[in-house]
Design a protein around this ligand. Structure first.
Ligand SMILES: Cc1cc2nc3c(=O)[nH]c(=O)nc-3n(C[C@H](O)[C@H](O)[C@H](O)COP(=O)(O)O)c2cc1C
Length: 398
């Protein structure tokens, strides 16, 4: 286990141990996306709990890329002051913080952004809200790329140690990368190079705007698990090679999507009752039937993105790789580092239940997490509840 408490460089940033808090949407921001006291408390506690690198939940870079009830925003200069307080709270304990910057693309609801959501193509209908997105035109694509660069500059101003560009879970960048979502035949689609060109533009625009030593990292899907092939493990290897050529500082490997394959993203129990609770009355019977049919099919196998990490490893050379997805025991975590499958161990749900997990590991108080992957924390999102371990009970809708 000692190897987990050795430091790791990510670009020019030294992470004191190998533990990463994987981005976790909190549902705790102000109505305008601003940082609140509860958010500061959450990340202050995780830093106190000795997490080496903290990546808070995604922050939207553009008002049209906002998703869910109360996400953090980095879309305006007005957010910088609050973000600066968040950084200071984490730095009090020698932890590092990267902001995850995101545009939801079609994974948001028309009522949340006041218009039809945007996407690379208008072909994929949202399976739960039934709308078709609007295909982005050239100006909208350039605006979205610029919004990422503006956000990165704000992250620098707020004192963050780096950023993580969200290229996973089928949000906008993932939609461009995926042949399932991206059906374009212009310079933004039609081949893997073209589908990569939006991400390339995003990264290069960021590189032009931030200091040379500012850490630019990505979270990449290694399998979208969409009804027809999106990013497959083979395509992910190709994209990882392209990211290496762009000079990114770390890749975190993940899978799944929030609309088509949330159970791939968060393997474990299927919280049927809690998910159905979030639906309007007329949808409940069908939703119950469909969600119930998933039960037992996504049991948590520890380190479920490990095979993907192994295939990406050879193409990214010495770029640090963070492995997320069901890492639950110290043995497995140490093994992943010792056998060089990963450089960093990233977790989300375990930290919701135990913010002091890393400290407890270091003090030999335990050798596995207490999280049982009941996924009620995930079901809190559509219900509009803040992130919390709801294993002992789930609130009824107000
Ligand atoms: C409540 C909740 C919110 C999440 N929010 C985000 C997010 O904002 N950005 C992201 O990249 N992943 C998000 N995820 C996915 C996690 O970062 C992680 O990839 C996934 O939960 C698997 O890791 P785990 O088994 O350690 O939980 C979220 C997961 C949960 C349960």
């Amino acid at each position: 286990m000692d190897v987990l408490f050795t430091s790791q460089m990510v670009g020019n940033v030294e992470i004191k141990n190998r533990f990463v808090h994987s981005a976790t949407y909190e549902g705790m921001a102000g109505p305008d996306g601003s940082v609140t006291k509860n958010l500061i408390k959450r990340y202050h506690q995780l830093a106190q709990g000795e997490v080496g690198l903290i990546i808070p939940g995604f922050m939207y870079v553009h008002p049209l890329g906002r998703a869910y009830n109360a996400p953090m925003g980095i879309h305006s200069d007005n957010m910088i002051e609050g973000l600066d307080s968040l950084v200071k709270a984490v730095h009090e304990f020698d932890s590092k913080i990267f902001f995850q910057i995101n545009h939801a693309g079609q994974q948001t609801r028309p009522e949340d952004i006041g218009q039809t959501p945007l996407a690379p193509s208008n072909s994929v209908r949202d399976p739960s809200y039934f709308f078709k997105p609007r295909q982005m035109d050239e100006t909208e694509i350039k605006d979205a790329a610029k919004a990422f660069a503006d956000a990165a500059e704000r992250a620098v101003k707020a004192g963050a140690d780096g950023i993580q560009v969200h290229c996973a879970h089928c949000y906008l960048i993932n939609q461009f990368l995926s042949p399932f979502f991206n059906r374009r035949q212009d310079k933004w689609g039609g081949s893997s190079e073209n589908r990569f060109s939006f991400l390339k533009q995003v990264i290069q625009s960021i590189q032009d705007r931030v200091p040379d030593d500012f850490c630019i990292t990505v979270k990449l899907n290694t399998n979208d698990f969409t009804p027809k092939p999106g990013i497959t493990p083979e395509l992910a290897v190709e994209y990882a090679g392209m990211l290496k050529n762009l000079g990114v500082d770390m890749i975190e490997v993940s899978c799944g999507s929030s609309i088509f394959s949330y159970m791939n993203m968060c393997r474990g129990d299927v919280p049927v009752k809690e998910l159905v609770q979030s639906m309007p009355l007329w949808k409940k019977p069908l939703a119950w039937f469909m969600i119930q049919s998933l039960k037992g099919k996504y049991n948590l196998n520890e380190g479920y993105n490990m095979a993907a990490a192994r295939s990406i490893r050879p193409v990214i050379g010495d770029i640090p790789l963070a492995l997320v997805g069901g890492m639950r025991t110290l043995d497995k975590m140490s093994q992943a580092i010792t056998e060089q499958d990963a450089d960093l161990i990233s977790m989300s749900r375990p930290f919701i239940r135990e913010p002091f997990l890393v400290k407890k590991f270091r003090e030999n108080e335990k050798d596995k997490v207490s999280c049982v992957s009941c996924n009620r924390c995930l079901a809190a999102i559509p219900n509009g509840f803040p992130v919390h371990c709801y294993n002992k009970g789930f609130p009824r809708k107000a």
